[in-house]
Design a protein around this ligand. Structure first.
Ligand SMILES: O=c1[nH]c(=O)c2[nH]c(=O)[nH]c2[nH]1
Length: 323
């Protein structure tokens, strides 16, 4: 093209979500990275002539990320980034510079006491359950009218993951079903929960409504209740050997209803954040539930209200979806 030249150019694969599980007996460790790779070098003819003889496909770049996670492990984000960047520059004559940027998603272990087993023993607490650090929002919504108050409380952005103790099989199959049954998978979700308290609190025109008026009992300890509800959600997620996310949802809701004073109803919205083992067999590597692709959209979405027997479902599902 006369009068036109190529300026700075680069190419690569962005947003490679790699989740690696390392098992030390019952104790599992987790690394969750989003790896973006940009390669620069002799890219002139690729652009100007459409020649691909110097193009390492971005698909190969992506495969390398997952294969390296299996072959070399992920000691740290920095170490892993260096390993990859050096590999591309050393391995491809046409690549002169590689920039590898990693965003690491940080997880903390969910610490729960062991649950009682049917034969009266206490099982060891799970060592395969994690919660994402620092992404949560607490929610309170109160409605007051002449009849009284309705208090809803909840949270969004509570992201949790079990590296095992999750199965999914026995489901309906029709001519479009391709999903394989599994007895061991990662189960991960970002919890949105809204629960309703059944306390009979005074409505408008009855003092402050804060438990300080002469006819009012002591104000409920909202903070303690919220913290207990969150703890129960986490404990139920960690302690349930899941046969589906639907079953886990029911256990989570039930545990809040039975464990937190005053809760009559809880609505849960749980996206199923899929993690699929990456197929490393073309590279002669085994992958025994170790290196996963963390999928983005589309995702399963499991939603339900769990109620105290006799209570009425009053939390609007749309309200929870709007959080
Ligand atoms: O726990 C699950 N529930 C489903 O309804 C479902 N559907 C699916 O494809 N995977 C899963 N997992």
């Amino acid at each position: 093209m006369p009068g036109v030249v190529l300026g700075p150019a680069r190419y690569g694969k962005a947003g490679n979500r790699v989740v690696r599980v390392v098992r030390e007996g019952r104790t599992h460790h987790l690394k969750d990275l989003e790896v973006s790779i940009a390669l620069e070098g002799d890219l002139e003819e690729t652009h100007t002539l459409g020649r691909n003889d110097k193009v390492l496909p971005t698909d190969t770049v992506r495969n390398t990320v997952y294969a390296f996670a299996r072959e070399h492990g992920i000691a740290s984000a920095e170490e892993f980034a260096l390993l990859l960047a050096r590999h591309f520059v050393a391995g491809q004559e046409s690549i002169h510079r590689a920039r590898v940027r990693i965003e690491e998603h940080l997880w903390e272990r969910i610490e729960v006491p062991g649950a009682p087993t049917p034969d009266g023993e206490v099982a060891d607490p799970p060592r395969h359950s994690f919660v994402r650090s620092g992404r949560e929002t607490r929610i309170a919504q109160v409605t007051v009218d002449a009849e009284g108050c309705e208090v809803l409380a909840g949270l969004t952005g509570l992201t949790v993951l079990n590296t095992t103790a999750s199965e999914f099989h026995g489901f309906v199959e029709d001519r479009y079903t391709t999903l394989r049954e599994t007895t061991d998978r990662i189960l991960a979700t970002e919890v949105t929960a809204l629960w309703r308290y059944a306390d009979r609190l005074p409505g408008a025109g009855s003092g402050t409504g804060a438990g300080t008026g002469p006819d009012e009992g002591p104000a409920p300890d909202w903070d303690a209740r919220w913290t207990a509800a969150r703890d129960h959600l986490l404990a139920a997620f960690a302690l349930t050997h899941s046969l589906s996310l639907q079953q886990t949802l029911y256990e989570m809701g039930g545990r809040v209803l039975t464990g937190v004073p005053g809760v009559a109803e809880i609505r849960l919205s749980l996206p199923n954040k899929h993690h699929v083992p990456f197929d490393l067999s073309p590279f002669g590597l085994e992958n025994d539930h170790e290196v996963h692709v963390a999928g983005d959209d589309p995702h399963g979405l499991i939603e339900a209200t769990v109620l105290r027997e006799g209570a009425t479902a009053r939390i609007p599902p749309d309200l929870v979806n709007a959080l």
